[in-house]
Design a protein around this ligand. Sequence first.
Ligand SMILES: [Cu+2]
Length: 205
Amino acid sequence: MWAYVKRLSAALCLCGIIGILAACGTTEPATPANGGDTDLETAPPLATVPIEATTLATDATSEADEPMTETTEEPMAGTEGDGGATELATAAEGAQLAYTDTEMSAPANTELTATFNNESDSLQHNWVLVNGGLDVAEEVNNAALQSPPDFIPDTSDQILAATELLDPNSSDSVTFTTPDPGEYIYLCTFPGHFQGGMYGTLTVE
Ligand SMILES: [Cu+2]
């Protein structure tokens, strides 16, 4: 009889333990419930992802626009390049003994029109491209002193192109065929201006 009670007690204990385990088991499912909470916590990021995806889609649209803009700019640059193939332009401003462009470039052996705008209000200038570097420019400039009133010396082999001597606020264009690749100096041959620094380099490529 006593033994039966002990077994019953043991059985009750087991039931209690099982009950506890069951309770634990019931508690554990609560963890998956927390896992569910984790899922819920994950859900907002998931909800954010579509927003980011939308943002990315918007960015993709923006990026799609940008290449189109670049594509639009490239032909324009190409047009400018084509323009550069046939035209050059520079100017002189105010009382400065200087061209606004001291470095220009052009393709070799190509017919090209150079335009010089004398935007000075007080000084006469010209644009003379010589067939060589600073040494040739100096020779042409010295010869120009003996060639008033336009200061263009009769040294056709040393001069590739020259505008007229321009009064203030006037312009002139000269069309010529560019030489072989190299660096060529252009200068203003009005007395004193070359020495004052009024020259630049045309790089022919
Ligand atoms: Cu000048």
